[in-house]
Design a binder for this molecule. Structure first.
Ligand code: AMP
Ligand code: MG
Length: 403
């Protein structure tokens, strides 16, 4: 049986970044930019009023000024400011010709409807104005390729008039929960049946990982129907199936996948939970689909997602492969371990309470891979190495944080 590290090497060999495509701004949040954005405009595009007030000539000595025009944002001045005159401008309006300062509305006194009294201190040139091109110039690179687009980046793209950008798209991930015992949450649960909890969990994990999802619902332990559903799933970039990958008589998933031409890369990894995990790839129509068959117990599914799916999605989304990065933490509990497989143990890490500079971590009461309830308190998985031993509080351990 291969180790987690070997399995991750295989995943990194199989995962390829998706081809860049154009997407609309509204769909670009969090995606990796694959072009350099050069502004076709100056920003601001004209000398611009930064406040509501009066455009004046700064070194004009006249104590009062005649208001000759009013310009709102979106409008343009039709007259020029000359000595003794002023134009009333609103924030965002273009600076009228002749003017070189804006006096704040609150700093002037209205003599009458057409005349203002200047503040005693006067006004310095350039006050209240953002000059054309002060933020950036036409021809200047404003965003470089490779960054993950934030909300602010999207605003900047909009400012320079880019309605679409070239990015690595979101990976499309199909989710299929297999098992004769499963019913969709909300449906009547008969004897021997349970609700499908993996489906909603995976769809939510994928949502937070910025993948786009294809929900294939529940597949029975029956080869023809599984084949039909998996064929649909193979249209996606990744197919995640849960259940049916162990050694039981109804564990049909690997066989059906291989019938569909999916090449097995590995089956079974030395880890707990998650041992029966199956990984394969299919090349068709110049596209590659990666397939992960995860054991059906919800905690196994979660651990397989954290360990294998997240790094895989990062590569598909245009990033560099990075295996899960554990942190060092100081154990606060007694925990025993037995067996040849490292265990990913539901835990609670506390960054506020430190011991010798390390965050502390508590292993939680847990009844194994079917015990999802214990996981609701967990924010991390302690990685207990293979072997038979007892850890005391104060032991330094590796911990994977959960998102
Ligand atoms: P399997 O991997 O198919 O052998 O399933 C292992 C265990 O996980 C069994 O107890 C299943 O009933 C349970 N299980 C499988 N799929 C799901 C699911 N989607 N939601 C909740 N439990 C599941
Ligand atoms: Mg099953």
């Amino acid at each position: 049986m291969i180790t987690v590290e070997q399995a991750l090497d295989y995943v990194s060999e199989s995962a390829r970044p998706l081809a860049p495509t154009q997407v609309k701004l509204g769909a670009a949040l969090g995606l990796r930019l694959q072009e350099s954005i050069v502004s076709p405009i100056d920003s601001p595009p004209f000398d611009k009023a930064l406040l509501d007030g009066y455009a004046v000539i700064a070194n004009d000595d006249a104590p009062t000024r005649d208001v000759i025009e009013q310009v709102i944002a979106g409008g343009v001045p039709h007259r020029a400011v000359v000595p003794g005159a002023t134009i009333n401008v609103m924030t965002g309006a273009p600076l009228p010709d002749g003017a070189d300062a804006i006096v704040k509305h609150e700093d002037v006194t209205l003599v009458d409807e057409q005349t203002i009294q200047m503040p005693a201190a006067g006004v310095a040139a350039d006050t209240g104005i953002l000059r054309r091109g002060a933020a950036f110039h036409n021809g200047q690179e404003v965003l470089s390729a490779g960054r993950y687009l934030s909300a602010i980046d999207l605003a900047l793209l909009a400012e320079v008039g880019r309605a679409e950008v070239t990015v690595t798209p979101r990976p499309r991930v199909a989710v299929l929960s297999t098992g004769n015992e499963l019913v969709e949450c909300g449906q009547p649960v008969g004897p021997g049946q349970i609700c499908n909890s993996n489906g909603p969990m995976l769809l939510a994990l994928l949502e937070s990982a910025r993948a786009s999802t294809m929900d294939l619902g529940i597949g029975p332990d029956e080869p023809n129907e599984l084949r039909r559903l998996m064929q649909q799933g193979l249209q996606a970039d990744v197919l995640l199936a849960t259940g049916g990958v162990s050694a039981g008589v109804m564990d049909l998933v690997p066989g059906v996948l291989q019938d569909l031409g999916v090449r097995q890369v590995f089956h079974k990894v030395r880890m707990k939970p998650g041992k029966p995990v199956w990984f394969g790839e299919l090349e068709q129509d110049g596209r590659r689909t990666l397939v992960l068959g995860m054991p059906g117990n919800p905690v196994s599914t979660l651990v397989s997602f954290e360990v294998f799916v997240k790094p895989m999605l990062k590569v598909l989304a245009g990033g560099e492969f990075e295996p899960p990065q554990p942190l060092r933490a100081s154990l606060t509990t007694n925990i025993g371990h037995r067996g040849k497989r490292p265990t990913y143990y539901p835990s609670r890490i506390d960054f506020g309470t430190r011991k010798e500079g390390l965050p502390t971590v508590e292993t939680l009461a847990w009844r194994g891979s079917a015990d999802l309830a214990a996981l609701t308190r967990a924010n991390a998985l302690t990685i207990l190495p293979a072997g038979d031993y007892q850890y005391e509080p104060g032991t330094e351990v590796d911990v994977l944080t959960l998102s």
